[in-house]
Design a protein around this ligand. Structure first.
Ligand code: PHE
Ligand code: ZN
Length: 880
């Protein structure tokens, strides 16, 4: 490591700010290379805390400081490269600070920067300090008035938070606008946009009769791709009123889409800024999954207005307070808009694919971390997705109404405050008169609990006993794990496939339930059900009631039985995943032993019975028929062997395709619709099942019929979902068919930068022999740019993160490529660079040879000059 200043921040060191800011006045004179920012901070000394005023600042040029209008002598303040300290201030004063910044040079995309010539900002988590000197911490909340001056012709649209209160035209072709946000907010929610943008407008009439003007600003030419996001916004507003009683609180709500953005979107008060990928959609340019994602992200950012903005975080250790809760809310929204079981399945897939590995690896941390070096590294699957699971468990424990009471009390107590995760849990406890002391451990303990289950049926006493044991493996730096309070929902499925009534021993009073949430809070616990008149198959952790890894003693027959009978859709799907994982792992062993692979047709037969079940929702069936990913299966191995898993999985898939050939053809042919494309969930489900069927057919080499269908679909489909599904299959085929399709796609969409991202990604996940060579060639394609995060993620990120068999190639080229990319990106955009790093952190699970190569690349990254804090933290923790 060279030139890195390492400074870990600890939760236990929290102290309240020495000064509070009552109001902020900001003035911007916007010029691409030289923007002048003047701030007037109305300060009050915090009586509880002593000390000087310390303001954060990063890459700012200080021009002047005044206190109550008088220039401050240089001896009265001290500046270093990250702060400005002012001593001897009166208890209240107005501090005026003038700084100069260079938005055009800002490739980190934090603070004020340019995207396609338009000015925009990104302040979470610590970007405001790159705009002006300020106590850049979420517990300093102030009202803001913002005045912007810019060139009228090139930047006709001027936006900031709150309401437009004044505007005018100035000299030399300039104009200006003034916005005022009446709600006190932390500076991470500040936003400004100045640019030449088209506006798509609508309005919303709230339950209490308020009218809200809704506007989506996009680059010219994209106006026709806003309708879906707008519709999602209106549905989100309605839903939040109905489900949580939460109404919008201003008469204007703006969304701006920009092409260059580090993340998905940002919830700035009344001025959400989005990655254009998460707003723009039309049938010709976006897939069903992208429509669904847009709907979820629009909702997520909108929901932040209450969970995040009105009530915010005291410090960044509390990030999950707003993110876990808001993800939970957007998940609930999607399950109400679409299919609840399918949504649950998708979310569990994501959790298992992203959060479980994170929690088992070198970057494992609790949902409320205790220390960090760079907060940007903590926008993780753990904070977001596991955080949402923790909220979901509380709602499971308290019931929907109890949970709602807790949320109501939380807002009653904490509106306009910056609070902690603890405050949220206390509101839940107080509103329901329960004790969640034990449950809180989920906030501080990292790692995925592993639950082992065994069971026995007592023929004589007609009782069924479930024995549960929990254990949380020691993750990095956390010893002595304690048992957690796990809400475990179970059912017992009788021989006829129907649920049996559940009577828990000792709770004879309650009757009629067929699913029950057990309180499992000790290392070992047994639960006995009585009056069970036949030996059932237990269905455990229904609807994934807790985010655990379950290990069971199911026989193959049990799993097939659950696949066909479980009344809980999630568990039915999970039995299928479980079974498929088992089969692939058995085959991996065969491959490693060098013996002949054998195909077991029982799984396909169980799938066939699902296909034949006409009561099943096509979207659900598509999930049932989607095999577990290579990563997920490899994750179950002591030493991961991606190549063998890939080979075994492909073998299984081809076997199923051969066996159910007629069924897949029929699914494909019968699902065909002649109506125009609609992105709704039901239509999307029909496309999903057809494309899953096509995917099976596509695994059959030398099957001209399947190939014809794929080529035909690519050529004639009227929507991106079907076109992309076909292209994905074609791009993995060697030779002319694949190349031809890729060429035609490139020509058709070369003008559309978001669609070109898909073109890059589909080539990066291809199975052709020299995928990496192809990816390297594409780095010089005119549409690729290291400065655009979407491009980097599409091409580099897809190869290193979504093509495991290629990434882990035995010659180590995949690793070298990733390290080279990170080293290059470190100087351009550290946040994007560090997010790419995680695949290298998985070296512990590889064989010795791969380990050696991966560690060498991590070391090479650490040896880089001028390594950013972001990359340093992830690389050093990964290697440790
Ligand atoms: N707060 C944003 C969200 O989850 C994510 C984000 C974080 C965006 C940091 C930009 C920078 O909605
Ligand atoms: Zn969020």
């Amino acid at each position: 490591m060279k030139n890195v200043q390492v400074n870990a921040i600890h939760l236990k060191d929290y102290i309240a700010p020495s000064f509070l800011v009552n109001h902020v006045d900001l003035e911007f004179i916007l010029e691409p290379k030289k923007t002048i920012v003047t701030s007037w901070l109305k300060l009050t000394r915090n009586p509880d805390v002593g000390g000087p005023l310390v303001l954060d600042g990063d890459e700012l040029r200080l021009l002047s400081i005044k206190v109550d209008g008088k220039l401050l002598e240089t001896s009265k303040y001290a500046q270093d490269n990250s702060s400005l300290t002012v001593d001897g201030l009166p208890d209240t004063c107005v501090l005026e600070i003038k700084t100069e910044i260079d938005p055009a040079l800002n490739t980190q995309l934090e603070g004020l920067y340019l995207s396609g010539g338009n000015f925009c900002t990104q302040c979470e988590a610590e970007g405001f300090r790159r705009i002006t000197f300020y106590p850049d911490r979420p517990d300093v909340m102030a009202t803001y008035t913002v005045t912007m001056h810019a060139d009228l012709k090139s930047h006709p649209v001027l936006l900031s938070n709150g309401n437009l209160i004044d505007q005018g035209v100035g000299k030399n072709g300039k104009h200006w606008a003034r916005w005022h946000d009446p709600f006190p907010k932390p500076c991470y929610l500040f936003a400004l946009v100045a640019g030449d943008l088209a506006c798509y407008e609508d309005s919303y009439h709230s339950g209490s009769g308020q009218d809200v003007a809704l506007k989506i600003f996009v680059e010219h030419g994209n106006e026709d791709k806003c309708a879906y996001a707008m519709d999602a916004l209106k549905r989100s507003m309605r839903w939040d009123e109905e489900r949580f009683g939460l109404e919008y609180d201003l008469s204007i709500f703006n969304i701006v889409a920009v092409s260059d953005f580090n993340m998905g979107a940002m919830e700035n008060k009344s001025l959400n800024i989005f990655n254009s990928k998460c707003v723009l959609a039309s049938s010709d340019t976006a897939t069903d999954l992208e429509f669904e994602r847009i709907e979820a992200i629009v909702a997520h950012e909108y929901f932040h207005n209450w969970t995040g903005n009105r009530v915010t975080c005291r410090d960044w250790f509390q990030l999950s307070l707003k993110e876990g809760l808001t993800v939970y809310r957007d998940q609930e929204f999607t399950s109400d808009m679409r299919s609840a079981p399918v949504k649950r399945i998708q979310d569990v897939r994501t959790l298992r694919a992203r959060q479980f590995p994170e929690d088992a690896g070198p970057l494992s941390h609790p949902i409320r971390p205790e220390t960090y070096i760079e907060i940007n590294n903590f926008y993780t699957a753990t904070i977001y997705e596991k955080g949402a699971e923790v909220i979901r468990m509380m709602q499971e424990i308290l019931g929907r109404d109890g949970f709602r009471k807790g949320v109501d009390l939380y807002f009653e107590r904490h509106d306009n405050q910056a609070v902690t995760c603890e405050d949220f849990v206390v509101a839940m406890e107080d509103a329901n008169d329960v004790d969640l002391k034990h449950f809180r451990l989920w906030y501080s303990q990292a790692g995925t609990p592993e639950v082992d289950t065994t069971w026995s049926y007592d023929e004589v006493n007609k009782s069924f006993t479930l024995n549960l044991t929990q254990y949380t493996p020691v993750a990095h730096g956390q010893e002595g794990k304690r048992p957690l309070h796990i809400p475990m929902t179970v059912g017992l499925v009788g021989r006829d496939g129907k649920d049996l009534p559940l009577i828990l021993e000792g709770e004879e009073g309650k009757q009629g339930e067929t699913s029950k949430t057990l309180r499992f809070d000790q290392e070992q616990q047994s639960f006995t059900f009585i009056s069970v008149d036949q030996c059932p198959v237990p269905s455990i952790n229904r609807n994934f009631s807790s985010p655990i890894k379950l290990s069971t003693t199911y026989s193959d027959d049990d799993l097939r039985f659950l696949m066909e009978n479980d009344s809980d859709a999630f568990s039915r799907w999970d039995a299928s995943q479980n079974y498929a994982t088992r089969l692939v792992l058995r085959m991996v062993k065969t491959i490693q032993e060098g013996t002949e692979l054998e195909y077991d047709s029982n799984y396909a037969q169980a799938l066939a019975r699902n296909i034949a079940d006409e009561t099943l929702d096509p979207a659900f069936l598509a999930q049932m028929l989607s095999l577990p990913s290579i990563d997920y299966v490899a994750e179950q191995m002591q030493v991961a062997d991606f190549a063998a898993v890939d080979q075994a999985r492909t073998f299984l898939k081809a076997g199923i395709a051969r066996e159910l050939y007629e069924q897949f053809l029929e699914l494909y042919m019968c699902g065909k619709e002649n109506t125009a494309y609609s992105p709704d969930a039901v239509s999307a489900g029909k496309r999903a099942i057809r494309n899953v069927a096509l995917g099976f057919l596509g695994t059959l080499k030398n099957d001209p019929k399947g190939l014809d269908l794929i080529v035909g679909q690519y050529e004639v489909s009227d929507n991106m979902t079907d076109r992309m599904a076909a292209l994905t299959l074609l791009a993995s085929m060697e030779g002319e068919v694949g190349e031809k399709a890729l060429k035609s796609f490139e020509q058709r969409y070369s003008h559309d930068t978001l669609v070109m991202d898909k073109w890059f990604a589909v080539q990066a996940i291809s199975k052709i022999p020299d995928t990496l060579g192809q990816v390297k060639n594409l780095l010089t394609h005119p549409a690729f740019s290291y400065k655009n995060p979407n491009k980097v993620r599409a091409l580099i990120g897809s190869f290193t993160g979504a093509n495991p068999a290629k990434f882990h190639a035995d010659n180590g080229e995949g690793y070298r490529f990733l390290a080279d990319s990170i080293i290059h990106l470190n100087g351009i955009n550290p946040q994007v660079a560090s997010r790419l790093l995680s695949p290298l952190g998985g070296w512990r699970r590889m064989d010795g040879n791969h380990q050696k190569m991966m560690k060498a690349e991590l070391q090479r990254i650490l040896d880089t000059e001028n390594l950013s804090k972001d990359v340093f933290e992830v690389a050093s923790k990964s290697l440790a």
